[in-house]
Design a protein around this ligand. Structure first.
Ligand code: FUB
Ligand code: ZN
Length: 649
């Protein structure tokens, strides 16, 4: 079904314009090493390449246009693919001949770097051609392939560039010929899921079943043979392609059990959510109940027990991974930007499986908080890791916190997050609505228009709102088809009071799995929703040891934090009384325009003259006005303490 969505939203247009005008050109310069910037290692580790990007140059060398060595991570190609994908989406909302020309030239370059049999990966073409597909646990060959295929589908859809599609098909056909059941094929999977997402997208575009079956093969093969990666290493016999990754346990790769038997989210967080995204897509496409159940179990485990209030996931830097239920440290966590983006992908596919507003609630939580925190307001500085508590000196001096950056770097040695964010924001139109035949889910409140043809006529929906400024949503539906259309509007889980109207008549809202359903016949109809949107307190399950006695504040979809610049240092000394009023005020001149929340709080005086320990409990305190800003906007005013969970008095 061809669903056309245009976004025209005050909050999001700013970001989409930033992607078009700043991020895409800036990232292009970085990928070409044409800009003098400081590329930081993502943590203290000498083995991390961080001198330059070299990503475009790698393609030029592989294509025979330049001479030289491959530089960067084995998955450096994926930075270019994600950039191309972001370009594709941006062209759809802001056509640009020059940019299209540049992107076409990248497609030409990629296709020149492709080998005659369809193989495509600059690292192995340039550096280790004899080890192609030999160390898949570490090599990211299929991960990069998946990113190219995703980019190709998006670029073809935006521009009808035939070359990008034929290059992607040649690669996918090569993968189909190389991997799978039966004699003469490799029975293998990549250590990093992504090819499955790419192949599913290619299937949806082309309707060619073999792409879906190949995705299904990879999804079902993972975890079947616990010795698979050990066998790869033995047969190859060489040095690891990524040092240390050869020691990672099967759980790191979600290869400890067949996916249908996995109940908990284990290992590398981005890998888990990419796996789940493809699995949910396959389940929604094939209606396979067992796969659906597997998706639900993994979703439940993540969302009920392993996710931060900001929609961040991954509790440890070691393996960038999940740890155990309720283990959610605020200052050593990982919360990689890509992992929250992956959670948004997963949620989007779950909405195809089931109309349950919880998926959209989590999508919104991850989007407005951790994903957006991944970039500075200028679109040119990026967080890889998104802490919920940060103290500059600790990050600088405590080696266990070297990954917790205080200022967003201009670029990172491992640059997976910045272009991922660009493609996510540029493709936001894909997340607002879910259409299941004659049912339209309105998942996100973003001023936009959508239309499609349901077979018997055109159906269009227009959403007017200044959300998250206010909770007022006006939906106009024009139904020119012969069918009744069911409009399902999400009532977010944070919202306690709401009222609705249909064609001017007040309605009693009943929720079905978090959606309010309205049947709409032929003609033009108006639906109104008014949600109370005000500051709200949240408490973690007492099993989260880090958050006991603490409170977090949100307003609508945005989680709030306090920063040293507004509240002074030693933020652990600041207490928010349980009964304190939370006053909200819009401040147009602050941080590009944010709503600030203020409350009367208490500060215990940090006193370095006092002995480290004393038997007296006496503490001096004073009143302090606590000033909170939306979490995503932190670290835009210099080196600074920050915390999300506040002590409650
Ligand atoms: O391995 C490729 C990407 O690099 C992962 O998704 C990120 O977590 C980073 O490790
Ligand atoms: Zn990343």
């Amino acid at each position: 079904m061809d669903i056309r969505v245009t976004v025209n939203d005050a909050f999001w247009n700013k970001y989409r314009e930033l992607v078009r005008a700043e991020m895409i050109p800036y990232q292009w310069d970085v990928l070409n090493d044409a800009i003098d910037i400081n590329i930081e290692k993502e943590r203290d580790d000498d083995s991390i390449p961080s001198e330059k990007s070299h990503a475009i140059e790698n393609f030029k060398i592989a294509a025979g246009r330049s001479k030289g060595e491959h530089y960067g991570w084995v998955f450096q190609d994926s930075d270019v693919y994600k950039w191309l994908e972001a370009v594709a989406y941006s062209l759809k909302y802001a056509w640009d001949d020059e940019l299209k020309k540049t992107a076409d030239s990248v497609v030409d370059l990629i296709s020149e770097a492709q080998e005659a049999d369809g193989y495509l990966n600059t690292y192995f073409t340039i550096k280790e051609p004899s080890r192609k597909y030999k160390r898949l646990a570490e090599s990211h060959e299929l991960y990069c392939a998946g990113h190219f295929i995703e980019a190709a589908v998006a670029y073809y859809e935006a521009t009808s560039n035939e070359k990008v599609l034929s290059t992607a098909r040649k690669l996918a056909d090569h993968i189909f010929d190389t991997f799978g059941e039966g004699e003469g094929k490799l029975h293998d999977v990549d250590g990093h899921e992504e090819i499955e997402i790419g192949l599913m997208r290619l299937y949806h575009l082309t309707d060619n079943e073999k792409y879906m079956r190949t995705a299904e093969y990879f999804l079902r093969e993972r975890g079947k043979d616990p010795d698979l990666f050990a066998k790869q290493r033995k047969a190859d016999g060489g040095e690891p392609v990524i040092a240390g990754l050869d020691k990672a346990p099967n759980e790191y790769f979600q290869a400890h059990l067949p996916v249908e038997k996995q109940d908990t989210a284990e290992g590398h967080a981005v890998r888990v959510v990419y796996l789940c995204t493809a699995l949910a897509d396959l389940a929604a496409t094939t209606k396979d109940k067992k796969l659906e159940d597997a998706c639900r179990r993994l979703w439940r485990n993540i969302v009920d027990k392993r996710m931060y209030i900001t929609g961040g996931i991954g509790s440890t830097v070691i393996g960038e991974a999940f740890t155990l239920d309720y283990d959610l440290p605020n200052d050593t966590m990982y919360c990689e930007t890509c992992a929250s983006i992956g959670l948004i992908f997963f949620a989007r596919q779950m909405l195809r499986l089931e109309a349950d507003a919880e998926y959209a609630d989590i999508m919104e939580r991850a989007l407005y908080n951790t994903a957006l925190s991944g970039m500075a307001l200028d679109g040119k500085h990026f967080f890889y890791v998104n802490p919920l508590e940060a103290v500059p000196e600790k990050s600088e001096k405590d080696p266990t916190k070297s990954h917790v950056k205080i200022i967003r770097p201009e670029w990172l040695g491992c640059a997976c997050c910045p272009p991922n964010l660009a493609r996510m924001i540029a493709s936001l139109d894909r997340y607002i609505y879910t259409v299941n035949e004659n049912e339209i889910l309105i998942n996100l409140f973003i001023k936009s228009a959508m239309e499609y043809d349901n077979g018997s006529g055109r159906v269009s929906v227009r959403q007017e709102t200044d959300y998250p400024g206010s909770g007022k949503i006006e939906v106009s539906v024009v139904n020119e088809s012969n069918e009744d259309i069911s409009i399902a509007i999400r009532i977010p889980n944070w919202c306690d009071a709401y009222s609705g109207s249909f064609d001017g008549q007040e309605q009693k809202i009943t929720k079905d799995k978090g959606y309010w359903y309205i049947k709409v016949g032929k003609g033009t109809h108006e639906i109104g929703l008014e949600m109370e949107i005000k500051p709200k307190r949240w408490y973690a399950n007492p099993k989260v040891s880090e958050d006991i006695g603490k409170v977090a504040i949100s307003r609508g979809p945005q989680v709030y934090c306090i920063e040293g610049v507004d509240n002074g240092d030693d933020l652990h000394c600041v207490y928010l009384p349980e009964e304190a009023e939370l006053d909200y005020e819009w401040q147009a001149d602050l941080l590009g325009g944010v709503g600030v929340i203020e409350a009367c709080g208490i500060r215990y005086m940090a006193d370095s003259d006092k002995p480290l320990y004393s038997s007296s409990k006496e503490r001096k305190s004073k009143e302090q006005k606590i000033r909170m800003i939306p979490y995503y906007a932190w670290a835009n005013r210099g080196r600074n303490e920050m915390r999300v969970w506040l002590n409650e008095a």
